[in-house]
Design a protein around this ligand. Structure first.
Ligand code: C2O
Ligand code: CU
Length: 725
């Protein structure tokens, strides 16, 4: 940063000078962002309460301002470091500041970010009246301080404090005495929530939900139980059930028929026998591989104890084979069959799962991948090997699987977080490679609610593709943020011998003590041998390739990108009949919502909330209609810009991975910051209080679903349908 000379500079021009040395291209970004924290607040805009910091003058000082906690455009909808810290690009808008010279021997204003206890103080850069974008902030809770300094190059805060503000997350404080009193009181007004379920001879009963390490629960929270009968798959004789086998690769060519049976299996798991579900006895289900453009038949047989269907997630197939009960087909009753005719117009990595009680059926193991291969031999840049990984988590208590709700979902607030991480159904994934190998990983998140932040510490990684094909350009990333149902294809090069862990690193939030903490889940390990891999792909790996075909395809939609949104959807929720205790605590907790709840740190309250008490909502702000009452009609060939607004002022605000069936879309902007590297998607993660603008390419006629892919939110009504004529 050049020293700012002691001459009066127009605030605006200095702002541009600072912005331009950060990056060559964010001009459009800056303009678009200008309204996030200034001007009249839009009902359908990002939450100022979560993404703006108000600056107030120190005693005797003049001036005021706001800081936008902005986003740097990137391949994911949240910007997060490999160790899990959310990263914000601050944009300062200041006014009314006097000349620094008028305050003493000062020449410039400098902005700093500090932890609340001031044990960390980092220089952000020089600011002045007008708008200035400075380098990212990656602290859980922080203060923003602006001081007058004798030099704009000051590296230590020495001068006079002029303006200060506090991050929205800093509002989280340990609860006061009253909350403890409230929390430690048994909640006798909610007797209905504690009773035992009568009428079951097999005496399956709710016990306590497992407690995550390091998280405390208040006594009243510990007495909560879901107000629904518990369910686990049972058969007369568990020992006669087949043992689940590992997934097999099934290559299908046009005209082939695959028989797929959804059935009950047994798995030995950490010394216990679990009764689970599986397709064809495999866990995960068979990995299907087809050529782009192929047409195949799948005959589904339902050997479960409940109705089911199969949805082919992300595939633009015929509507009547989309697998949505009561919308595209009747649910397949136990013992019955259904024949799916599938076509695969787009290359990419897809997956299949039931569309009946996903919170139960998918969680019990009914999921598999579909790999659709492009005919282009250079579709991907080179790799030494491919690994297709399905990421999941399972919730185990002392007696095995924590039961599900029989007639409605449990965990209706935040979704069912598991406590055992699974890669392809295994708690310990291992891969052995030679030194220098480039591995192409196809990642699919099939968990009910968990968003992962994945990395291989020490290995370089680039993201290549997502849900429906390649990015316009490959991009270096330090971690992959993958929400339920999303897919990412990454290339990773392992160039040092030794063990490289495959980790999920996030910041958990202890709501009771108002503090953030580190969580690391090790999903597996890559053993890198000393022998050098052949062929050596160092050079092609070092180059970021552009996919010109994607560029051309996406380019056809440029003209639509800047136009105003055609439709909007507000994401919110309603709670009825929640226990008094849960209501009170949730109210206190709503002082701040973290953009992403990475883990389940309100285990009791979350578990006990059912789909009968919680209603998650998609609302059309134009008509006020909600969920399945919304009935949008479009025409084939329409290109529709849809604004998704994740309402901050709801009873509980959190992220939602929104999935649209049968079509594809581009994520144009998040919190009004345009994306600069596009990819076709079928699922987009919307952080709490955030907005996303997506461009829907409506090519596929039929009646299709749009819903949240958190299984418990879907089971708690967060879905709608639209028609393409
Ligand atoms: Cu993968 Cu309707 O969902
Ligand atoms: Cu949701």
């Amino acid at each position: 940063m050049p020293e700012i000379p002691n001459i009066p500079l127009g605030g605006r021009s200095r702002a541009w000078a600072v912005a331009l040395c950060l990056s060559a291209s964010p001009v459009a970004t800056l303009e678009a962002q200008a309204s996030l924290c200034t001007g009249p607040e839009s009902r359908l805009g990002p939450s100022r309460d979560l993404y703006c910091v108000e600056l107030v003058p120190a005693v005797g000082m003049r001036g005021a301002g706001r800081v936008e906690l902005g986003r740097t455009p990137g391949p994911f909808t949240v910007d997060v470091s490999a160790d899990g810290h959310l990263r914000y690009t601050p944009a300062f808008t200041l006014s009314g500041l006097a000349q620094p010279e008028s305050l003493g021997r000062y020449t410039a204003y400098v902005a700093w970010v500090a932890s609340p206890t001031l044990d960390v103080i980092q220089r952000l850069g020089v600011v002045d009246n007008g708008r200035t974008v400075l380098p990212p902030i990656a602290l859980d809770k922080f203060l923003i301080l602006i001081t007058a300094e004798s030099s704009g190059a000051a590296t230590e805060m020495r001068g006079r404090l002029v303006l200060r503000g506090m991050s929205p997350s800093a509002r989280l404080l340990p609860p006061d005495f009253m909350q403890f009193v409230l929390g430690s009181t048994r909640d006798d007004s909610s007797g209905g929530h504690e009773h035992h379920m009568p009428g079951r001879s097999d005496s399956l009963a709710w016990t306590m939900v497992p407690m995550p390490a390091g998280i405390s629960m208040l006594p009243a929270e510990m007495t909560l139980r879901p107000n629904v009968a518990p369910y686990l798959p049972r058969t007369a004789n568990t020992d006669s059930l087949p043992l689940a086998r590992p997934r097999q690769l099934v290559r299908l060519t046009s005209g082939d028929t695959l028989r797929l049976t959804a059935g009950i299996v047994r798995r030995l798991f950490k010394g216990r026998t679990l009764t689970l579900f599986a397709f064809n006895g495999q866990y995960p289900g068979p990995l299907l591989e087809v050529a782009q453009g192929a047409e195949v038949t799948v005959e589904l047989t339902n050997a479960l104890d409940q109705p089911t269907t199969v949805h082919w997630h992300g595939i633009r197939l015929d509507n009547r084979f989309d697998g949505v009960p009561d919308l595209t087909q009747r649910a397949v009753a136990p013992g019955e069959r259904f024949v799916y005719h599938l076509r695969f117009p787009d290359a990419g990595i897809y997956w299949y799962h039931p569309h009946v009680r996903e919170d139960v059926q998918q969680d019990l193991g009914l999921y598999g991948n579909v790999m659709v291969r492009s005919a282009r031999r250079d579709y991907f840049s080179p790799a030494n090997r491919e690994e297709v990984l399905m990421l999941d988590d399972l919730l185990l208590g002392d007696d095995g699987l924590v039961p599900f709700g029989a007639t409605t979902t449990t965990h209706a607030l935040m979704g069912r977080f598991g406590n055992v991480m699974l890669v392809n159904g295994e708690p310990r994934y291992a891969l052995t490679v030679s030194r220098g190998e480039v591995v192409r990983f196809f990642l699919t998140n099939v968990s009910n609610t968990r968003t992962f932040n994945l990395s291989f510490p020490g290995a370089r990684m680039k993201v290549v593709a997502s849900d429906v094909g390649n990015y316009e350009r490959e991009e270096w990333v330090e971690s992959v943020v993958i929400a339920p149902a999303e897919r990412y294809v990454i290339h990773v090069r392992f160039d040092r011998p030794g063990d490289v862990p495959f980790v999920n690193r996030v910041r958990g939030l202890d709501h009771l003590y108002g503090r953030f903490f580190s969580e690391t889940d090790t999903l597996g390990v890559v053993r890198v041998g000393a022998g050098v891999s052949k062929p050596n792909l160092a050079e092609s790996f070092a180059t970021l390739r552009a996919d010109t075909a994607v560029g051309v395809d996406v380019g056809r939609f440029r003209e639509y990108m800047s136009r105003p949104a055609d439709k909007a959807l507000v994401l919110t929720m309603e709670a009825n009949d929640l226990p008094f205790f849960s209501r009170q605590i949730m109210q206190l907790d709503s002082i701040y919502f973290t953009p992403v709840e990475w883990s389940g740190t309100m285990p009791g309250m979350n578990w006990a909330a059912t789909g009968d008490e919680v209603r998650w909502i998609l609302r059309d702000p134009a008509t006020g209609k909600e969920n399945m009452d919304i009935d949008w009609t479009f025409h084939r060939g329409d290109v529709v810009k849809l604004r998704l607004v994740n309402e901050r002022r709801s009873f509980h605000g959190m992220q939602h991975p929104i999935h649209i069936h049968g079509q594809r879309f581009l994520v144009l902007a998040v919190n009004d910051v345009p994306n600069t590297n596009l990819v076709w998607k079928d699922t987009v993660l919307l952080p709490a209080g955030a907005t996303a603008d997506i461009l829907l390419d409506l090519t596929n006629p039929g009646r299709w679903m749009l819903h949240c892919h958190i299984a418990e939110h879907l089971s708690a009504h967060m879905m709608m349908a639209f028609t393409v004529q």
